[in-house]
Design a protein around this ligand. Structure first.
Ligand code: CA
Length: 219
């Protein structure tokens, strides 16, 4: 009796096996292509892009920016509720660390004018921020400096900035001559680590660079 599967269709002959193998490969390739399309669609789906924001190394983040085109050295000075002011000549205090002192001498490896100070923890009481125009090499005056304060709650490495990287305080100030020191603002942090917005103030009487004994006490 004639075997139709063997003789008529050559299903398992050499030619038949080649056809089956080819079909299996085509099916596998097709399945892989469909899988890649699905994966790429998921990756590129609008709104699915994640914002990779590193956790800050401190809790109160005070930043100053001035025009990158200026070769001017501005210093940020910060003082917490207790201890001495923190600035370029005193990098560490009771509550704060100056993490970046910018000399204003920009290069391709460091094209920005920017200083940043971090607190360790969220100490309640009064915090003050001053700016000092140490060197005005460019002679372009006044210099507008943007100063921001952000609050991050949590431990270093896991802390997240309140409001999604939005500052709780931001202002533009003008430095008008070399050697000028100005108080940008003083602000209060409550027992919960939150800004007491209505208690923020500015005072020309506050000097941080030269002395700390002019500071009124905070609670
Ligand atoms: Ca500086």
């Amino acid at each position: 009796m004639k075997n139709q599967w063997w003789d008529d269709d050559n299903a398992f002959s050499g030619a038949g096996l080649s056809i089956i193998f080819r079909d299996v490969l085509l099916c596998a390739a097709g399945g892989f292509a469909v899988l890649m399309v699905v994966i790429l669609a998921a990756v590129n789906k609008p709104g699915s892009k994640k914002i990779h924001q590193s956790s800050p190394p401190g809790n109160i983040i005070i930043e100053s920016y001035w025009p990158d085109s200026l070769n001017d050295d501005i210093d940020q000075w910060v003082k917490g509720p207790v201890g001495v002011p923190v600035g370029y000549s005193n990098l560490v205090g009771e509550h704060y660390n100056l993490l970046r002192d910018d000399l204003g001498k920009n290069s391709k490896d460091d094209p920005v004018n920017y200083e940043v100070t971090y607190s360790r923890g969220l100490p309640s009481g009064m915090h003050c921020v001053n700016l000092h125009l140490y060197s005005s090499r460019s002679k372009v005056l006044p210099i507008v400096v943007k100063v921001t304060v952000k609050i991050a709650k949590g431990d270093p490495g896991t802390a997240t900035i309140k409001g999604g990287d939005q500052p709780v305080l931001v202002t533009d100030v003008k430095l008008r001559n070399q050697g000028q020191e100005i108080n940008v603002f003083c602000f209060f942090i409550d027992k919960n680590g939150d800004l007491v917005a209505e208690k923020t103030f500015q005072s020309d009487a506050i000097r941080l660079r030269s002395a700390s004994d002019t500071m009124p006490g905070g609670t």
